[in-house]
Write a protein that binds this ligand. Structure first.
Ligand SMILES: Cc1cc2nc3c(=O)[nH]c(=O)nc-3n(C[C@H](O)[C@H](O)[C@H](O)COP(=O)(O)OP(=O)(O)OC[C@H]3O[C@@H](n4cnc5c(N)ncnc54)[C@H](O)[C@@H]3O)c2cc1C
Length: 500
């Protein structure tokens, strides 16, 4: 059983192979996922001037003292083979001069980002994987199906309950993989699609599995800030190709915040934009790509150019208004390198999992790669699960609860006020109390509470987690991950290395 049809779920399904009877649940249609919207590309050390060791070094540096070295090594070592496999399956990455085209993104020391159709990398990868998955004789996709809860008893998971077409159903499974993606929709401003409501961590936590690093939410610095438009992402690759940032007064400002200026790590850029907006008190910051040749913009960023054109904006002519938006969750369901959660029978991969690869901050374009590498590992490990006798009976749920939009809006208001780019203890404590008191207790509220619980416990600033009341690193917390679990009805947070 797989929950989610993004890169992690699809790659796991392929690893399960033709012998396994696999069900893939997905909230909307198979193609609707964050994977579908990933623009900039996928990172792997495939160039002549690049090495696995350099990719490893850059990933560890972005993680700010919190990446798990074994997970990072696995990611970067298996990355090139994962890309070769995609190419063999027909994925069409962009090429130049007879080889693969590679671009540079913030905090990468080499040009190692592969891309497809300019800025539609995720769509090309997802289509390639979905095509192949559709050929598996024993795989069935169940679209418009929403996982509600795990069937958990006797210290393990036996299957799950889900809602489809207004009905509540139960399925027994030897193993369940959560590949349910991110949690951007817990915030009012996000680049994430509507399906990204953080269901994975809530399902796992309630069943008894552990979550790690939930405080680390990456905010993308440059989401389109245009009245009435969604927070469409303006890829980091634009700055990689030379686009500049300007404050409300029209001045460049990044050099005052970081030696790498526009190519500083994402969290630095997001905080700098937030600081410039607060300083100006009004107006917006801008992404200025007007000095780049129009032909280069058109060829490299066709999807961005077309989206902006729908709002009357032109990359080559206009400064594009931008602001930070919730983008990526570094934390999630704690897993080992084979995708196993702390609860037997339950696996997790992709954005809803915490392998420890990203530490306190994700290096751009490492998340698609993580979905491929660890999705495949989880799928392979799941094939080894054998059927268990003596499964307990689970009461059939009588009704399928509907999603609660009013509760989601409340969660978004709390999280945007208390757990954004700049955080403070008092506001977070009030936000957590409000979420824990919400009568619905839906998945979004439970995952949001987990973010706040971890963010309150980490009394320091590190990576994407910045607290105005604890603005410095606490050296004692390097390598220490926030880990939370339901212990007899109360959720407790402790700090420990992953794997300990
Ligand atoms: C706009 C944008 C641009 C990005 N650009 C890049 C990039 O260039 N490079 C990069 O590496 N990363 C990028 N990312 C991040 C990357 O796209 C994601 O981290 C990655 O695609 C996550 O893959 P996934 O398989 O874990 O989840 P997703 O692709 O999000 O898939 C999650 C799946 O789970 C399903 N689901 C969720 N909850 C339930 C439930 N309760 N029941 C049933 N199904 C459920 C969803 O319907 C969906 O099918 C970007 C993200 C966004 C939003």
């Amino acid at each position: 059983m797989i929950v989610g049809s993004g890169i992690a779920g699809l790659r796991a399904a392929l690893a399960l192979g033709p012998a396994a009877r696999t069900l893939v649940l997905t909230k909307e249609e198979v193609h609707e996922s964050a994977t579908q919207y990933a623009q900039g590309g996928i990172a792997a050390a495939t160039g002549d001037d690049d090495t696995v060791a350099l990719h490893e070094q850059d990933t560890l540096a972005a993680g700010d003292g919190l990446s798990s070295p074994a997970a990072v090594r696995t990611l970067v070592e298996e990355g090139p083979a994962a890309i070769a496999e995609l190419l063999a399956w027909g994925a069409e990455f962009d090429r130049s001069g007879g080889g693969l085209a590679r671009t540079r993104e913030a905090a990468h020391s080499r040009s190692r980002i592969l891309h497809a159709h300019g800025d539609s990398t995720g769509r090309e990868i997802a289509a390639t994987l979905a095509r192949r998955a559709a050929e598996l004789p024993n795989l069935r996709f169940v679209p418009q199906a929403r996982a509600l809860r795990m069937l958990a008893a006797e210290g393990r998971v036996w299957g799950l309950a889900y809602a489809a077409a207004g009905e509540a159903l139960q399925v027994r499974a030897r193993a369940v993989l959560l590949a349910a993606g991110g949690l951007g929709q817990l915030y009012a401003e996000t680049t994430n699609p509507a399906v990204a409501t953080g269901d994975g961590p809530a399902l796992a936590l309630t069943a008894g599995a552990e979550l790690a690093d939930m405080e680390f939410v990456q905010f993308h610095p440059t989401a389109l800030a245009w009245p009435g438009a969604p927070r469409f992402l303006l890829s980091e690759a634009l700055r990689g190709e030379g686009a500049l940032l300007r404050n409300p007064a029209g001045e460049r400002f990044m050099a005052a915040y970081h030696a790498s200026a526009e190519l500083a790590p994402r969290d630095v850029v997001a905080r700098a934009i937030e600081a410039e907006l607060r300083r100006a008190g009004q107006g917006t910051c801008y992404l200025d790509a007007t000095a780049l040749p129009a032909a280069q913009l058109e060829q490299r960023f066709p999807r961005i150019a077309a989206t902006l054109a729908a709002y009357g904006l032109n990359l080559g002519r206009d400064w594009i208004p931008v602001r930070p938006a919730a983008h990526y969750a570094m934390g999630g369901v704690t897993t080992d390198l084979e995708g196993r959660s702390t609860l037997p029978g339950l696996y997790a991969a992709g954005e809803c999992a915490c392998t420890g690869v990203h530490g306190a901050n994700r290096l751009a374009s490492n998340s698609l790669l993580e979905g491929l590498v660890f999705g495949a590992r989880a799928g392979r490990a799941m094939t080894a699960e054998t059927a268990l006798g003596g499964a307990p009976e689970f009461a059939q749920p009588a009704t399928a609860p509907e999603p609660n939009p009013a509760e989601l809006r409340r969660v978004q208001a709390v999280m945007s006020a208390a757990a954004g780019v700049i955080r403070e203890g008092g506001a977070m404590a009030r936000g957590l109390a409000e979420l824990e008191a919400l009568p619905g207790g839906g998945a979004a509220a439970r995952t949001a509470a987990a973010v706040l619980r971890a963010a309150l416990a980490r009394r320091e600033s590190r990576g994407a987690h910045f607290r105005s009341d604890f603005p410095a690193h606490d050296p004692a917390l390097a390598g220490q991950h926030s880990r939370q679990q339901n212990e007899g009805g109360a959720i407790r947070v402790r700090f420990a290395p992953l794997g300990a």
